[in-house]
Design a protein around this ligand. Structure first.
Ligand code: UDX
Ligand code: UDX
Length: 456
């Protein structure tokens, strides 16, 4: 029986290993983490992350062939394949601060692997890393003088939060990068064999290591670029009375462009897009490719602009001041179906509104605790947190839709309107509401990238 270890029980490591354990009953899968609280949550009824379908899968396999543990050394020793899924945030200090990836956890993990290995191992990069990290990894691992051979593979994750289980069960492709040497090819084959338990062989792509590492950064950069492109168009629409949804549908029906990832929004969020583009920008700068660095950096700048633009429109619309006005923020998660708030556009939007001295009532079905943590340092009594959207909107001057939670579409807006201060405003940053119906109720409606529907 093969023993698979994953170091890092986060949004990626946890769901990925649960699915591998479920699909490979002939493997023993262990997930370790330095965070003991996280590990005990994985073993409890309430998992540390919210992800549709995850609880059922974990429940099926936990303590059968899926185990969670804080015992890192002993589990490294027993493992054949070690996935590394620790976090690699943007560096906040020193050289490359604000752009480069902070590899300290990754390197510490490599040294732990080296210390505790007595037999040959395959080490799989699951975390998103700068291109050529595998080389650094091999240098650390294979210079330990302990006679153990380490083969490093890159196997980037393409799952999106909120659909992680579906993405893991039915991926468009699995990417595995390895060296074109005998030991490299054997290691790649071992990993292919695991995924082949449930994924058609033609969907498992094998490449050289650097292509695999680079493809992850580029995939996210391309996806984010599409959002920034359509968000830039939303600004043109607001200036010209074109409608961004119509423009999206018109261009998206061209099969060369396609209709995915061109929904205008308050900006993209999540732990990956910004981090990975900045990582790509840093890589370009490192190789002296200044123009290319600038090109990709613009995708991030556009995203910051979109958030600011949304708030500026709110302020301008509400008679150029929001001081002491109560504004209900509907949705704080970076997208629907997750409680994750990392890099959520809601953070920048709320902070800017607080600078303008608004009073915020933040509502979200899954992300209230994370919201409290994100705004902790700026809040000082001007933010309330309220799961119930009806309570959040009572006595408010405006509602801002920031996350596209489906439940916001089916609220009783007559009831909400009655309880609000007049004139009542709705700013739909995700274009999910029925704007005409809201206007008929009496709201002044400001969709994103579309003409306003106002009574003023
Ligand atoms: C991961 C990758 O780290 C990131 O590079 C990729 O782009 C997306 O997937 P994620 O799973 O979302 O990120 O991160 P997080 O939820 O923070 O999980 C990382 C886990 O690793 C944490 O639970 C942390 O405690 C653990 N960890 C960190 C270790 O076990 N050891 C360490 O040395 C550092
Ligand atoms: C992303 C990638 O999709 C995934 O393949 C990779 O492994 C990790 O990064 P994730 O961050 O979980 O996944 O979310 P994603 O669904 O890509 O959404 C990112 C952000 O873009 C969200 O804030 C979302 O609301 C926003 N978005 C998405 C838009 O604003 N418009 C769109 O058309 C699509």
């Amino acid at each position: 029986m093969k023993t698979i270890l994953c170091i890092g029980a986060g949004y990626v490591g946890g769901p990925t290993m649960a699915v591998i354990a479920k699909q490979c009953p002939d493997c023993r899968v262990v997930v370790v983490d330095i965070n003991a609280e996280r590990i005990s949550q994985w073993q409890s009824e309430t998992l540390p992350i919210y992800e549709p379908g995850l609880t059922e899968i974990v429940h099926d396999v936990v303590n059968k062939n899926l185990f969670f543990s804080t015992e890192i050394g002993e589990n490294i020793e027993k493992a054949d394949i070690i996935f590394v899924s620790v976090n690699t945030p943007t560096k906040t200090f020193g050289e490359g601060a604000g752009r480069a990836a902070d590899l300290q956890y990754w390197e510490k993990t490599a040294r732990q692997i080296l210390t505790h290995s007595k037999s040959d191992k395959i080490v799989v990069e699951k975390s998103t890393l700068p291109v050529r990290t595998a080389q650094a990894m091999e240098r650390i691992l294979n210079n330990g003088g302990n006679g153990v051979h380490f083969e490093v593979l890159s196997n980037p994750e393409f799952l999106a939060e909120g659909t992680a289980i579906r993405d893991l069960l039915h991926p468009d492709r699995i990417l595995i990068g390895g060296h074109d040497t005998e030991t490299g090819r054997n290691a790649v084959q071992s990993l292919v064999d695991i995924y082949a338990h449930w994924i058609p062989r033609e969907r498992i792509l094998t490449t050289n290591l650097w292509s695999s590492e680079l493809s992850k950064l580029v995939a996210n950069a391309f996806l984010a670029q599409r959002i920034s492109s359509i968000n830039s168009v939303s600004a043109i629409c607001e200036a010209t009375e074109a409608d961004v949804t119509e423009v999206s549908a018109a261009i998206g029906s061209d099969s060369r462009i396609g209709n995915k990832f061109i929904h205008a929004s308050v900006g993209f969020g999540g732990s990956c897009f910004q981090k990975d583009i900045l990582n790509l920008v840093y890589l370009c700068e490192h190789y002296g490719l200044t123009e290319i660095a600038d090109y990709w950096h613009q995708v991030v700048l556009m995203n910051h602009y979109q958030k600011r633009r949304f708030v500026n429109r709110m302020i301008k619309t509400m008679f150029n001041t929001v001081v002491d006005k109560r504004i209900a923020i509907f949705g704080f998660a970076f997208k629907a179906n997750t409680g994750d708030t990392r890099e959520s556009p809601a953070i920048a939007i709320c902070k800017q509104l607080l600078e303008e001295r608004a009073h915020l009532i933040v509502s979200d079905p899954k992300a209230i605790d994370n919201a409290r943590r994100e705004l902790g340092d700026v809040a000082d009594g001007t933010v309330d947190y309220e799961v119930d959207p009806y309570v959040a909107a009572a006595d408010a001057h405006a509602i801002a839709i920031v996350t596209e939670w489906q439940q916001y579409q089916s609220l009783d807006y007559e009831r909400i309107y009655k309880a609000m201060v007049k004139p009542a405003f709705i700013f739909d940053g995700r274009n999910i509401l029925d704007h005409k119906a809201l206007h008929a109720i009496g709201f002044n409606v400001y969709p994103l990238g579309k003409p306003e529907l106002a009574h003023l």
